[in-house]
Ligand binder design. Sequence first.
Ligand code: HEM
Ligand code: HEM
Length: 179
Amino acid sequence: MDTAKYPRFLKTLHWSMAVLIIGLLAMGFFMADIPETAPNKYNLYPLHKSLGMIVMLLLLLRLPARWRGPLPAEAAALEVWEQRLSHLVHLLLYVAMLAMTLSGYFMSSFYPHAQGIEMFGLFTIPDITSKSEAVSGYFHTLHSAGAWSFVVLLGLHIAGVVKHRFFDRPESNVLPRML
Ligand code: HEM
Ligand code: HEM
């Protein structure tokens, strides 16, 4: 392995999950904005849930691989505060991925009018809770707040990558570590 880069498995997971999650954020905000009375209100929900559960599965593969390593050596050209901030944002991105997938699943599982998650119409992931509109609403609030926190974290993450790529010394560029 090139010790300056993330292993191939983590790189593949990083980029495939980034595409899925950015798509889910856009899709989620779009579908949540459609008025309750519109006939197409629930058209995208099954696809959103299916893709969200795929992200949960990929996260379950990613977490042990991430914590077991190997990981690239610290990006030594960065200032200490930049290293600390990037570690904090990475940790919070993992927390946000976990929070979004779990809150989505619990929201759906508690929701009285949903019966399991139809995975692309192929098979069903069962509910794991009793039904309660109130508790489902609680996870809905968590999911919406989580979505906005995700947007902020992602903004910081991308701003960091762009800063090191375009505004710092060439040795500070961290993008090749993930390519
Ligand atoms: C990383 C994964 C996920 C992301 C980034 C994401 C993102 C979003 C966003 C941005 C919204 C709109 C929030 C709002 O403005 O109120 C939303 C709504 C929703 N999400 Fe997710 N989601 C994810 C996973 C899931 C999962 C796994 C499920 C269920 C299995 C799910 C079910 C829902 C439902 C049912 C809504 C609509 C709530 C409403 O009626 O307003 N999501 N999601
Ligand atoms: C939803 C989208 C994204 C999520 C959830 C995400 C999450 C993460 C996480 C958790 C890490 C730390 C890796 C680890 O140590 O395990 C990371 C690293 C990285 N990400 Fe992202 N990322 C996303 C999108 C992007 C985008 C759009 C870019 C490009 C602009 C990017 C570029 C990078 C780079 C270059 C690193 C390596 C940083 C380093 O350690 O030196 N990411 N990302």
